[in-house]
Ligand binder design. Structure first.
Ligand code: FAD
Ligand code: MG
Ligand code: MG
Ligand code: MG
Ligand code: MG
Length: 550
């Protein structure tokens, strides 16, 4: 026992002396990884199994292939096909797995407080010591303070998908009852999606496909025009974080498919059988409307988990309400250096665009034989700089649309060139506008891979040392580069077609695009096992249609 709360300390995990292999690793630095999602799995796949004593803690013992989750809600894919047993992945990294929840961290003692439900059904807490801790706990659903969310469904985990599937089927079955009135039937068949981001849009598209392709055969009684699908979006467009062309394509597609898109609309309250929202009309006036519904999916962004809130509260400089802030080496700001990392949806990297570009600007000045502080940047050179910024910070592209305007605006002395100070000012301004890296599997995967590689390097840099002897300090910077995000494009599925957004290059199309879409996700998918399961699901659906049952 020990630590501030005097809890039992799991000093050495029981099975460490089981086999020679495990006892050899007993004295290696203790690496504790939280979560079994995209970020954590990417680390486990990259990590050299010999270098650390690895323990993974997660309340679920599977990895969930989230990009396919919307397809599982309507039976295009089977739920279990999207799950991969995490123990198989952990054992490849020769680590331990604990199906438990991390609830707190003692930063200076390097103790992780873990909560687990014992055989008697009681919650018990213990400490797990670490030398390095990785937070990959993801995020939770954002309630936005709206009343009546208990009447909504969410789409985050596999259980959510199961509940949605049951509810959709239940509504269809009830709609067919001879005792159901016409009005009631239309309500049961009114499906509402709140949130026009990728998850909401893909779900609406999947639902529409299912109602169109398989319902006629299984539910001949239901008349097609009694069904309605609605997407409520607070912004002016759906998929507003994507390229404009894609957003327009999606809207056109939905218009064609008769999926109603309600933009500039804010949900006020969700009741059992209807949803209340306000919407700006053509004259800019706000009117309150209501929509009878039989099903509502709530999918409007993410919020911090309890654990992350608790950690942020302990550290003065962690003031961001949405995510834990790290430096560009993914180290948690304010924690003892090199002891805690945060990756994926639970974290955000502080960008410092201006600082990041200093090196590039220096080499630019050097080429011109100038002192960077005294350099004057012409418009073509500014365009080069902007190109560099866009490449390194793809999310900055939005703020770099009108290069000439920005140039004019920041060329305060209007001499046709930007002085170093003027440029610096401009970059700082962009910096302040950048929110964070996208909350995507793509990002979590890249960060996990980066961290896995770095941990390997760190182990090489201090070989043969036991955990206690290693003082990590600034070692991160000495052995490895800063994290750099590579935007590989976004991709969404909308009504039997896929739309892509690859760094400004956008593409959308029909059947061929669907196959491309699938193959992209195949490649990202984790194991051959998962790939085979998905392929079998698709073949089955193509041959026999979806299973219309709970
Ligand atoms: P997650 O993958 O969410 O993993 C978090 C893990 O931490 C989970 O295993 C959880 O159980 C565990 N955990 C939570 N709390 C604790 C705790 N206290 N202690 C220990 N463990 C804990 N991204 C894309 O790039 N493309 C897509 O097409 C796409 N589609 C999506 C569709 C849906 C329906 C959803 C929900 C997400 C989608 N995403 C997509 C986003 C992507 O899934 C996330 O960005 C990604 O999962 C983030 O990875 P992560 O490792 O940070 O967190
Ligand atoms: Mg994770
Ligand atoms: Mg996941
Ligand atoms: Mg704080
Ligand atoms: Mg000037």
């Amino acid at each position: 026992r020990g630590g501030p709360k005097n809890l039992p300390i799991a000093e050495v995990l029981v099975d460490d002396d089981d086999c020679p292999e495990n006892s050899r690793k007993k004295h290696k630095p203790k690496l504790v990884i939280l979560g079994s999602g995209w970020g954590s799995v990417a680390i486990l796949k990259t990590l050299n199994p010999e270098d650390y004593h690895v323990t993974v803690v997660s309340p679920v013992n599977y990895f969930l292939f989230t990009p396919m989750l919307p397809s599982a809600t309507v039976g295009t894919l089977e739920l279990r096909s999207l799950l991969e047993p995490i123990r198989r992945i952990v054992s490849r990294a020769k680590g331990h797995f604990l199906k438990a929840e991390a609830v707190d961290v003692e930063l200076s003692e390097k103790l992780l407080e873990v909560s687990q439900t014992n055989a008697q059904g009681e919650e018990c807490h213990f400490y797990l010591p670490y030398d390095k801790l990785v937070l990959g706990v993801g995020a939770t659903t954002n309630p936005h303070g709206v009343k009546g969310l208990e009447n909504c469904h969410f789409l985050k985990d596999i259980e959510d998908a199961r509940l949605i599937r049951n509810k959709v089927m239940q509504n269809l079955e009830q709609a067919c009852m001879p005792t159901t009135s016409d009005e009631e039937r239309r309500r049961l068949l009114s499906f509402v999606v709140s949130g026009g981001g990728p998850t909401g849009v893909e779900f609406a598209a999947e639902l529409f496909d299912m109602l169109n392709e398989d319902m006629g055969r299984s539910f001949p009684k239901i008349i097609r025009n009694e069904i309605s699908v609605h997407v409520i979006q607070s912004r002016g467009h759906i998929l507003n974080t994507y390229d404009e062309a894609l957003s327009r394509f999606a809207e056109a597609r939905f218009a064609h498919d008769q999926v109603e898109v309600l933009t500039n609309a804010r949900v006020k309250e969700v009741q059992k059988d209807k949803i209340l929202f306000s919407q700006k009309d053509d004259k800019g006036e706000t009117v309150t409307k209501e929509l009878p519904m039989g099903f509502c999916l709530w999918s409007t962004g993410v919020a911090q988990t309890e654990l992350c809130k608790k950690i942020a509260d302990k550290i003065d400089i962690q003031t961001n309400k949405h995510a834990l802030e790290t430096d560009t080496h993914l180290r948690l700001n304010g924690a003892p250096l090199g002891s805690i990392y945060a990756i994926g949806d639970c974290s955000t990297v502080q960008n410092n665009v201006a600082d990041n570009l200093v090196h590039f600007l220096r080499s630019m000045a050097w080429e011109k034989g100038k002192d960077p502080e005294k350099m004057e940047i012409s418009f073509p050179e500014w365009r080069q700089v902007a190109q560099k910024v866009k490449k390194r910070f793809p999310q900055a592209s939005d703020h770099l649309r009108r290069l000439d305007k920005l140039f004019e605006q920041y060329d305060k002395d209007q001499n046709g060139t930007l002085a170093f100070g003027e440029l610096h000012e401009l970059l700082l301004q962009i910096d302040s506008k950048l929110t964070s890296l996208p909350a995507t599997a793509q990002r979590a995967h890249q960060q996990g891979q980066y961290l896995g590689r770095k941990l390997n390097k760190l182990a090489q840099a201090a070989p043969g040392m036991t955990a206690n002897e290693v003082d990590y300090g600034d070692l991160d910077e000495a052995v490895y580069k800063a994290f750099e995000y590579h935007h590989l494009g976004s991709l969404a599925y909308i009504g039997n077609s896929a739309v892509f957004d690859f760094n400004g290059l956008s593409f959308s199309g029909g059947l061929m695009a669907v196959y491309l879409w699938r193959s992209v996700y195949f490649a990202q998918s984790v194991s051959l096992r998962t790939r085979m399961l998905l392929a079998m699901d698709w073949s089955k659906r193509a041959l026999f249609g979806r299973d219309m049952m709970n």
